[in-house]
Design a protein around this ligand. Structure first.
Ligand code: PSV
Ligand code: MN
Length: 426
């Protein structure tokens, strides 16, 4: 399904007046504070978040899966769905593939579709947490950390294969997330598991093309509940350092124990030039895969404050690869992704409003009350008119969710693909 540009423009016509009214008011207020509004809008316009190929259909839990109807039946259709989101939001200009869930069959055709939709290929993700039909070795007891050399070798070979697939598409990074760990005390030797993982990662690292990066993701628990080999940012950071300059830590917001100070983790990694990738989602308890900003928008804002500070002050850190990592159980996946993008951009825009010079003075004066005021002044600003303006400037929808619904996109997808179409992925 393609969005007709005229339909988009029509839908914008209805909201333009109310947008203009609120934008003028906000713009005047910000200008009075000495903020360059055009520069702000340009930054919002440039911010692009990759959409994972596994998030376009209904996800599930171990208790069940409820289909969403009209789900994309192929990689081509997944990219078309991302194209729809990108046309509406101008913020989803990339796709992140999970292999083997989404191996292209016709590379030229896939690249062509992506090009037409304005979609780039971001990091490719390997999968050594599931056994694939016909594979010789099992990952039941781990992959890169397995005591069985054959399993480790198979997992290494898979990662190298993923790099080759990504290379053909124009990707420039590989994300490795390992489910490896143990469920019971005494089940594994922690030192051996870590050493095997380090050695395996080094072998994969050697296979990286010159201009590629390796992102090492961490997660404290799940699917293993007693121990996870790469359980925290420190372990990931250590492994990235052991691999070399092209290896980085990847922070996934859902991969922390409750109340972890993620903004501090971000700051430390960026100071050391090692924050490579970033997965957005929200959670109440753990890796809940909830819509970004739906539970803890203030925490997201504080994390963005650290990210923006790092992007402005840490040239030693590369520009992070942004991705939404979520699986949608009960919402229309496209609506959920649109809501997530909005929350990400809101938090980003708000953090750009923080008066960093004033904050520095207040910090040096130990004026804690003032520090909080400065942060919350930015957080309390309704920045949505800025996001709307950024979209209007490039011909996207002023209000993407409203337009998605007005254009009956899900209904059209269902009539095109059928009620029972099921996407691959989680
Ligand atoms: C694991 O929970 C994770 O965050 C990793 O990024 C995976 O690749 C992704 O989710 C999908 O399983
Ligand atoms: Mn992730």
């Amino acid at each position: 399904m393609k969005i007709d540009l005229n339909q988009l423009l029509d839908s914008n016509k209805n909201t333009k007046a109310s947008h203009q009214h609120s934008f003028n008011y906000l713009s005047e207020q910000l200008t009075q504070k000495g903020i360059d509004v055009n520069q702000l809008i340009q930054k919002i316009q440039d911010f692009q978040v990759a959409i994972p190929s596994w998030a376009l259909g209904a996800g599930g839990t171990r208790f069940g899966r409820f289909s969403f109807k009209g789900e994309p039946r192929s990689l081509e259709e997944k990219i078309e769905d991302i194209g729809i989101i990108h046309k509406l939001t101008n913020a989803a200009g990339a796709v992140s593939l999970h292999i083997p869930w989404d191996i292209p069959t016709d590379y030229l055709a896939i690249k062509e579709i992506a090009k037409t939709e304005g979609i780039l290929f971001d990091a490719v993700n390997s999968n050594t947490f599931q056994d694939q039909p016909g594979s010789k070795e099992s990952y039941k007891y781990g992959s890169l950390s397995n005591t069985n050399k054959n399993s480790r070798d198979q997992a290494i070979a898979h990662n190298i294969e993923v790099i080759k697939i990504g290379d053909k598409l124009g990707s420039k990074s590989l994300t490795v997330w390992l489910a490896d760990g143990s469920n019971f005390p005494g089940q594994t030797n922690f030192q051996h598991a870590l050493q095997h993982t380090e050695d395996s990662l080094k072998t994969i690292y050697k296979a990286l093309p010159e201009d590629w990066k390796l992102f090492i993701e961490y997660k404290p628990y799940e699917p293993n509940f007693y121990s996870t080999v790469i359980q925290d940012w420190g372990t990931s950071f250590m492994l990235a350092n052991a691999c070399g300059d092209k290896a980085y830590t990847l922070v996934d917001l859902g991969h922390h124990l409750p109340n972890s100070n993620i903004e501090q983790i971000v700051s430390t990694l960026m100071l050391k030039g090692k924050l490579g990738g970033f997965h957005f989602n929200d959670s109440k308890y753990g890796d809940d895969d909830l819509t970004v900003g739906s539970i803890k928008p203030y925490a997201l804002f504080l994390i963005f404050n650290s990210l923006v500070y790092g992007m402005e002050n840490n040239p030693q850190n590369p520009y992070p690869a942004w991705m939404i990592d979520a699986s949608h159980n009960i919402k229309d996946p496209l609506e959920d992704l649109i809501q997530s993008l909005e929350a990400i951009l809101e938090a980003y825009a708000k953090s750009l409003l923080i008066d960093q010079d004033k904050l520095k003075v207040a910090q040096n004066n130990h004026d804690i009350v003032q520090c909080q005021e400065i942060l919350q002044e930015a957080f309390r600003t309704d920045v949505r008119p800025l996001l709307e303006k950024a979209r209007l400037n490039v011909g996207a929808a002023i209000r993407p969710l409203e337009t998605y619904r007005n254009l009956n996109i899900r209904k059209n997808l269902i009539s095109e693909r059928g009620e029972n179409a099921v996407a691959t992925g989680l």
